[in-house]
Design a protein around this ligand. Sequence first.
Ligand code: PLP
Length: 389
Amino acid sequence: MNRIYLDHAATTPLDPRVLEVMLPYLRDHYGNASSVHALGRKARYAVEECRERISAHLEVAPGDIIFTSGGTEANNLAIKGVLGDNGGGLLTSSAEHEAVLTQAKSRMTSGESVCLLTPESNGGISLSQLEAALTQDVHLVSLMHANNEVGTLNPVAEIAKMCNARGILYHCDAVQTSGQGDVWPAKLGVDMMSASSHKFYGPKGVGWLYVRPGIALTGVIEGGSQERRRRGGTENVPAIVGMAKAFDLAIEEQEIRRAHLLMLRRRLIEGLEAIMDDCFYVLNTPERAEICAPHIVNIAFPPVNGETIDGEMLILNMDMQGICVASGSACTSGAIEPSHVLLAMGLDQATASAAVRFSLGKDNTPEEVDRAVDSLHTIIKRMRKSSVA
Ligand code: PLP
């Protein structure tokens, strides 16, 4: 059975062109970038050359990029690095990724000032709500670009403008959209921005945090002078080399990829609408393509005559058909809980528990999308029938 992978928001496959450039650094050029001998210098050269290429694409200076182990670490570095243990108020939203939300919650628990915005029903934040919440207590705003569960894009440039006007720092988690379009931090006026390589066909376990020059940021991983003392630890040279290549390709192929994703996205939504009458919510619609990341479509099944759909069972059934998609639920303390994002958007527990996230990739085909729609249709019909029986 040919597997159909529609879970690119979770991770993307490694592009073979990326693997190709990584192999020599895994096999032959294994020096530590801090060593002074020839192998070390080779590794150092590679790291700095990658930093230059990435920063040139982002239109920032190489020294503004701190390599990290990925998006989670970049988000931790941005918030902890600026606010420390008691460094002022944080404003974020309850639709953020756990890598931001968990920090917000622990800061709240330890009595620090945290403002948690409730997202609108589409998962994005409201600018008027944000404006009202930007009080003197707020030192740092952390609001993502694309939501990883529903794909809604926050208006980053407008958020940055509001923050800049008040002298408040703005961190943006752009993990889902790095490499996808005009997400250039300096141009947008963003002070810090997180990215992660495995979301754009690079290796896992590597990413970066952009930090605008002049921001006082304290490293959170101590024990080495790497990354200008802002992130200790031996650099993962093969991963950095792979990430830079993946980013080059993402920028080069950006328009083709976007057009392809939008075509697939439209086909997916229209396919679902054609066969599934009125029994699903599309949490983002093609008419609002400009406020959606092109790769994410999240749909949910509300109860019909009181009968609910078990989202986990749905995902397992799709998997048995060879289709990899994600549910909105997460396993928290041993229990399956509906997504915090869907609940924050106002969905009821039963509907939020019956959500499926399709996330498309550059190599998916229209036929794969059609097969996924057919399978979902068959499975939902079977599940509805057996819950009635
Ligand atoms: N932020 C967002 C929006 C994400 O989607 C993810 C991963 O899914 C992360 C942060 C974490 O990134 P990483 O997997 O590189 O730690």
